[in-house]
Design a protein around this ligand. Sequence first.
Ligand code: TXE
Length: 491
Amino acid sequence: MTHHDLGLLNAVKKLIIDGKHVDAVEGRVFETRNPATGELLATVAEGDARDIDLAVAAARRAFDGPWRRFTPFQRQECILKFADLVDRHFEEFSLLDTLDMGAPISFTRSRRQRAVGMLRFYAGLCTAIQGHTLPNSLPGDVFSYTLKEPIGVVGAITPWNAPLTSTIWKIGPVLATGCTMVLKPAEDAPLTALRLGELALEAGIPAGVVNVVPGYGHTAGAALAAHMDVDKIAFTGSEVTGRKIIEASKGNIKRLMLELGGKSPDIVFADADLEKAVPGTAMGIFGNSGQVCSAGSRLLVERSIYDDFVEQVSAFARTLRVGNGLDGDTQIGPVVSAKQMERVRGYIDIGIGEGAAVATGGDRMTEGALAAGHFVQPTVLRNVDYRMRIAQEEIFGPVVTAIPFDTKEEAIRIANATVFGLGSGVWTRDGAKAHGMAKAIRSGTVWINCYGALDPVIPFGGYKMSGYGRESGVQHVDEYLQTKAVVMQNG
Ligand code: TXE
């Protein structure tokens, strides 16, 4: 299968509302482009507040109607069918993600287990949702128990940095719990979400359960966040937008799941296995061009090995093959858009102005075909003080800030000296030190002698301003359920 087999330019990609492909009420469309070449990929219907209204109404009808009558086993069957379809179309999804947001095809192809396995994991959870009987101390013969019920209509607002897996992270728990949803994918990469919406229907999931409304954040996204008939928002994106969603959601006091940014520390002690730590820390930031919420963007290195280690990471960065994601040899693709490229370059300039030095990289790439895309050199900034803006604000590009430390205590202090708390890494051969660090670092995940590994059973989410709630893990479904207590006086 190639790019051309997808026929993306044959027709406008429509919204999916109530099981039908529809134009936006206002008839507006927007374009999505390939960040590696600047070429037009597809024209997409642009939803706004009116389309969101229609989609929420459809989701409510499905929630109150047919979907409610599905037993857990029937929902499980649907999710498994859906997973099989995603599996069967996996090459198409790999291509869509590579074309729409630039990630190397070798990377998008490697996500099969993350995507398909994750759906199957949620299928398993369907039949494990249960309330409890509650022995109580009330006078008389009183029987009490809890029921676990789906929250209702969920508004899911997703980012562009990992379209397939981040969308499945939202769809999976919705289907497992019997909720319904309106999905507003990122305007920079909406194609995968639309295709998932189609396959959900093909899998027998009733119309209205998964509605997909691409559009801009300030229109469609904002309307969804403020909608009075949406019970919960599940959002992944920037901290700035997260705050707007918190404000917008106050009208009907929505439940919120927020997975926001990070400025994650990746800490290398002198006693680490440096042969593993060099590529491990480098790919912890340069993988997906640094466009990963938990990217190890602050490289904390024990001072005795600082110069040498920073040089080795820089040398590794120079070996990385940057290019069009469709090329099977490419290790690092472009960043998603011209706007993102300028943001990343802006931060590099800020860093230099703050006194950091460029150990490698430092600019966009313009040789040959790269000139047409949004390519940024894998960049290592050294002589970084942890208080600099480049060490505090999320850059979301292939830029790592290398900070020296002298003691374990200082490493902990610097690691925690950020408003974020999503990921972190510790590289050492000393097990006690590793677990001590794991306890002391305030972040949702601590990777020891590895970085960025995710699995459906392992919960993922943030401390501090990195957000509310956890995705993955068996408890993920709890975020989409509410507990009803039933108390009955017998006789
Ligand atoms: O993010 P936004 P953008 C960070 C990263 C990046 C920066 C900007 O630092 O450089 O954000 O990227 C929707 N109400 N991350 O502008 O705005 C928007 O349409 C409701 C980190 O793309 O957060 C999209 O669907 N929704 C990150 C989604 O929010 C709104 C992933 C994310 O876009 C909205 C992405 C509004 N007012 C960016 N405004 C991560 N943590 O993984 C926008 N949106």
